[in-house]
Write a protein that binds this ligand. Structure first.
Ligand code: FES
Length: 118
């Protein structure tokens, strides 16, 4: 008999790195990535506040399904979110996923916003 309370675990692959992080559907992608790359191994994605406010963990989802919880629009606009950009600390997998880091420095963010307005 199948366990109806079983939690699915998905693989998070980081393009450009050798990290493949197993991530339960109930865990945030950033936490799974941190656990898959323990010190002193370099983190495949930047880590900051872990609360959706600093933008350090900004990624782009290249494939896979996921759900998100509230994240700062200063770091991911609605248009960017529609294009797959999210904050890894605010994302839960719903399938295997491939991601790539997409951190922007404050200067890069300012230049991007300026280009969007022009
Ligand atoms: S770690 Fe700060 S927004 Fe994700």
């Amino acid at each position: 008999m199948a366990d109806v309370d079983a939690i699915n675990v998905f693989n998070i692959t980081v393009r450009g790195s050798d990290v493949v992080a197993p991530c339960p559907e109930t865990e945030r992608v950033l936490i799974a990535l941190e656990q898959a790359a323990p010190f002193p191994k370099p983190k495949p994605v930047n880590v900051g506040c872990r609360k959706g406010g600093c933008g350090a963990c900004r990624i782009r989802v290249l494939s896979g399904d996921y759900t998100t919880i509230k994240m700062s629009r200063a770091h991911v606009t609605e248009a960017e979110e529609a294009d797959g950009y999210v904050l890894a600390c605010r994302v839960f997998p719903a399938s295997d996923m491939e991601i790539e880091p997409a951190f922007l420095t404050p200067h890069e963010r300012m230049e991007m916003r300026k280009a969007e307005r022009d």
